[in-house]
Ligand binder design. Structure first.
Ligand SMILES: C[S@@+](CC[C@H](N)C(=O)[O-])C[C@H]1O[C@@H](n2cnc3c(N)ncnc32)[C@H](O)[C@@H]1O
Length: 246
């Protein structure tokens, strides 16, 4: 089945790159701190990064002492930037869909994925392969768009007051798990909606022990510094999970 490779769309790629260059993007303020807070000690470890994008995290894993990092991404454009800007003798970038990781012939101590699984239809298949690729006691840490976001199927996500301020979330179809199309830089960006329980049960049924979850939300200091993030008190944008291979 053909897999979506939206990051190779030039308009999407440029729009995404611009957002990530903003210091105060939501990844930097909410998602990355949560993800990194769940990582185990990486010293001497072999790491697999699924959907590694520009490779910025891969470089950080090396700086944290990783012995080897394999970064996988379906997008040639993302990996071109990764190679140009974030190369290191300890990092190997591979252009492949993560659905094919069963073809890798090595084991890892830690598998990490940041904001890529909502683009993947066969989450269960990927999780099973991650379990097989991990050494015993290995750790799996990932973030994805929160299920309260991935269920969105069009229209305004928010009910607003007469001045356009967000009052509350318009939630619908949370319980319908399917491919949803959204507009982000371009139309027809496919995201796969799974309920929170499905995500957690998929991990459990694959053999993982779920150790911790974070739904990053702004504290008072963050709201003071970045008032635009106050609406994240209504719903988190990200879900971050740490699971362990028993
Ligand atoms: C939001 S970006 C995140 C990049 C990086 N992990 C980070 O946090 O900076 C999502 C990445 O997942 C990749 N991706 C999407 N679907 C994929 C798939 N099926 N297999 C591998 N990579 C995929 C995209 O090409 C893109 O680079």
């Amino acid at each position: 089945m053909p897999k979506q490779n939206i990051y190779d769309n030039q308009t999407f790629f440029e729009g995404y790159k611009k957002i990530r260059e903003n210091e105060d993007n939501a990844n930097n303020i909410f998602e990355m701190p949560a993800l990194f807070s769940l990582l185990p000690e990486l010293n001497g470890k072999k790491i697999l990064d699924l959907g590694c994008g520009f490779g910025e995290h891969c470089v950080q894993y090396v700086q944290m002492g990783a012995e080897k990092v394999v970064g996988i991404d379906i997008s040639e454009k993302m990996l071109r930037t990764a190679t140009e800007e974030n190369s290191d003798p300890k990092i190997k970038y591979i252009n492949m869909p993560m659905e094919d990781i069963d073809k890798l012939d090595e084991k890892f101590d830690v598998v990490i994925s940041s904001l890529a699984f909502h683009y993947v239809e066969d989450f269960s298949g990927v999780v099973k392969n991650i379990y097989s690729l991990l050494n015993d006691g290995g750790v799996f840490v990932f973030s994805q768009e929160h299920p309260l976001n991935t269920c969105h199927t069009g229209g305004d996500r928010w009910t607003r007051d007469e001045n356009g301020n967000k009052v509350h979330l318009n939630l619908k179809n949370y319980c319908i798990e399917k491919e949803n199309e959204s507009s982000w830089f371009v139309d027809d960006v496919k995201k796969y909606h799974r309920m929170f329980s499905t995500i957690v049960n998929t991990l459990i049924e694959s053999g993982f022990f779920v150790e911790k979850m974070i739904e990053p939300t702004p504290d008072e200091d963050i709201i003071k510094k970045y008032p635009k993030y106050k609406d994240l008190c209504h719903k988190p944008d990200f879900l971050v999970i740490k699971a362990v291979k028993r």
